[in-house]
Structure formats: structure tokens, C-alpha cells
Design a protein around this ligand. Structure first.
Ligand code: TPP
Ligand code: SF4
Ligand code: MG
Length: 285
């Protein structure tokens, strides 16, 4: 039986704008954890800075809110220290594709067993709507009225280039599909990247639910090759595919590749507790 969803709620009320996609992203995450029978105390979420990160104290799991762009290394560190936790990195498109882009690439190529949720609202929302690399070119933004001078980059190209073990795209307006994608990402052994097209009615008002409904198409089968995945994953003016875009089940995880750790029954966090640090200090006397 699934865990009661109320167990994942804190006492604090969300502060997002009415109609913000973050409400349903959080609800989908809680539903996914509940349906997988993963309790709040078995879950660790590394939150970023941004509107997405303002959900940090609204969900009752272990959590840490770090510096902007640093949710992924926090998640990787926790996973490496203690594999008993289900570990999620929760961050925005600004954090993921700008300040923390290096971390995304290295987490995918290292294939840490974590799930990365990217809230892609196509702008830096918390700082009042500046353009990110996913914002359409020539689009006037509240925080950048003359639009951005830089080119737009395709997130799927970035995510697919280091050959991820799991890449899916969801939409904040489709909770049922998003819940299933998060469940599949958590169950995947390795680094799972879930890009979520997120409604931001305040700073990305043109992209309404109707705008998304005209463009979103669900893919039934994930691609078997990176070439095919690039075709499915590319967002055009007319089309945004959602669903599991690519899986590579052949890849070993970071821990499986660690010869000295892979059969170990204990966790690093416990071993450190037993380590006599005085011995190390004595060497520097
Ligand atoms: C290193 C650093 N750079 C910039 C900022 C300012 N800043 C805080 S939130 C934010 C926007 C975050 O955008 P995104 O990650 O897309 O999240 P959103 O608010 O859109 O959910 C920025 C630029 C910061 N706090 N730290
Ligand atoms: S500014 Fe956008 S992302 Fe931030 S809370 Fe409001 S609607 Fe949500
Ligand atoms: Mg954003």
C-alpha cells in the first residue's frame, strides 16, 4: 500500500505564484516516492536556489539547500557517502545549464545513482525573469526587455552528449505522466535526468497550458541510439516530445566501477564514524 502523501508535507505553505508549475512538480515527486514506498526518512533531496528551491522547506524529507548551481554535487556527495538513501537533485534550468552546467555533465558521465529533476521554466525566475539558454531568442523578458544577445541551446543536446543512462522529459501540467517518469528515474540504476517543462505564468506568460497542449506529444518508446534520441529530444517551435527519450541499460554505475568498494556491505558514512582521526592529527605533530 502506498504511503500517505501527508507524510511528505511540512507545516509550511508554498509561496509560489498562483498557477506555478512547481506545485504539481512537488506533488508528482511526493506521489512517486509514496507509490514506490520510499519513506520521507529514506529520501534526501538537494535543493538549489531559485523558485524551485523555495520548495525546500515544504517537503518533509531529509534535505539541504545549497549554493546556486550546486544541487547536483550535494546529491552526488550524499549518495557516495550513503547508498541507503534515495537521492534527488532538484534545480532550475538556470542552475542546471548555467551556474552548475559542469556538475550536470560530470554526474551523467560518472553515472552516480541519483535522480536529477530540472525545472525548465525557460528563465531565471526568482531574480525576475532573465533569459537562460532555453529562453527563445528574440523573446523580450521582464528582466531583459531587449531579449538575449546569445544563442539558444538545446537542453537535449547537452544531456545526451555524455550518454546518460536515463533521460526523460515531463510537463508540469501532466502529473500522471510526470509521476510515472519520476518513478522510472528513481528505479533506474544510475544517473537519471528528468527535464520538466514548467509553467511560469509570471515571467514566461506566453507559454500557457494551451501553448503547451498544442505542442506536446507523448513518445511511447524510448530511443535505442543517441542519434534517434537527439531527433526525439529536440524541441521545435511546433513540437515538444515528452516521455522516456533515451535509456542505456548497459552502463555501469560509479559504485559498480569502484573495485575496492563495489562488494562492500558498509557505507562510507559509517566507516568514517569508526575512523580514529587522532592518528591523522598525530602525523602533523
Ligand atoms: C552564484 C550565484 N549566481 C547568481 C545568483 C542569483 N540567483 C539566485 S536565484 C537565480 C535564478 C535561478 O534560476 P533557475 O535556476 O532557473 O530557477 P527558477 O528561479 O527559474 O526556478 C539567480 C540568478 C546566486 N544566488 N548565486
Ligand atoms: S515566478 Fe514563475 S517559477 Fe517563480 S513562483 Fe512565480 S510562477 Fe513559479
Ligand atoms: Mg528557471
Amino acid at each position: 500500500m502506498a504511503i500517505d502523501l501527508n507524510e511528505y508535507n511540512s507545516n509550511l505553505k508554498p509561496t509560489w505564484c498562483p498557477g506555478c508549475g512547481n506545485f504539481l512538480i512537488h506533488m508528482s515527486l511526493k506521489k512517486a516516492l509514496s507509490e514506490l514506498d520510499i519513506t520521507p526518512s529514506q529520501t534526501y533531496i538537494a535543493f538549489d536556489i531559485g523558485c524551485n528551491g523555495n520548495g525546500a522547506d515544504k517537503i518533509n524529507t531529509y534535505a539541504f539547500k545549497g549554493l546556486h548551481g550546486r544541487a547536483i554535487p550535494l546529491a552526488a556527495g550524499l549518495h557516495l557517502a550513503n547508498r541507503k538513501f534515495t537521492v534527488i537533485a532538484d534545480l532550475g534550468d538556470g542552475a542546471c545549464f548555467h551556474e552548475g552546467l559542469d556538475h550536470l555533465i560530470h554526474a551523467i558521465r560518472s553515472n552516480y545513482d541519483i535522480t536529477i529533476l530540472i525545472h525548465n521554466n525557460q528563465n531565471f525566475a526568482l531574480t525576475t525573469g532573465q533569459a537562460t539558454l532555453t529562453t527563445d531568442e528574440e523573446k523580450p523578458m521582464y528582466g531583459l526587455p531587449d531579449s538575449k544577445p546569445e544563442r539558444t541551446l538545446e537542453p537535449s543536446e547537452i544531456i545526451l552528449s555524455p550518454n546518460p543512462s536515463f533521460y526523460a522529459r515531463g510537463y508540469s501540467g501532466d502529473m500522471q505522466q510526470l509521476t510515472e517518469l519520476i518513478k522510472a528515474g528513481i528505479q533506474n540504476k544510475g544517473c537519471s535526468v528528468i527535464e520538466i517543462m514548467q509553467l511560469c505564468p509570471t515571467y514566461n506568460e506566453e507559454c500557457t497550458p494551451q501553448w503547451f497542449m498544442q505542442r506536446i506529444h507523448k513518445v511511447e518508446d524510448s530511443a535505442n541510439t543517441l542519434e534517434e534520441a537527439r531527433k526525439i529530444g529536440t524541441i521545435t517551435n511546433e513540437n515538444i516530445n515528452t516521455g522516456i527519450i533515451y535509456r542505456n541499460t548497459e552502463l555501469e554505475t560509479y559504485y559498480e566501477l569502484q573495485e575496492n568498494r563495489k562488494d562492500s556491505q558498509s557505507e562510507l558514512v559509517d566507516e568514517v564514524n569508526q575512523y580514529d582521526i587522532q592518528k591523522l592529527f598525530d602525523q602533523f605533530k
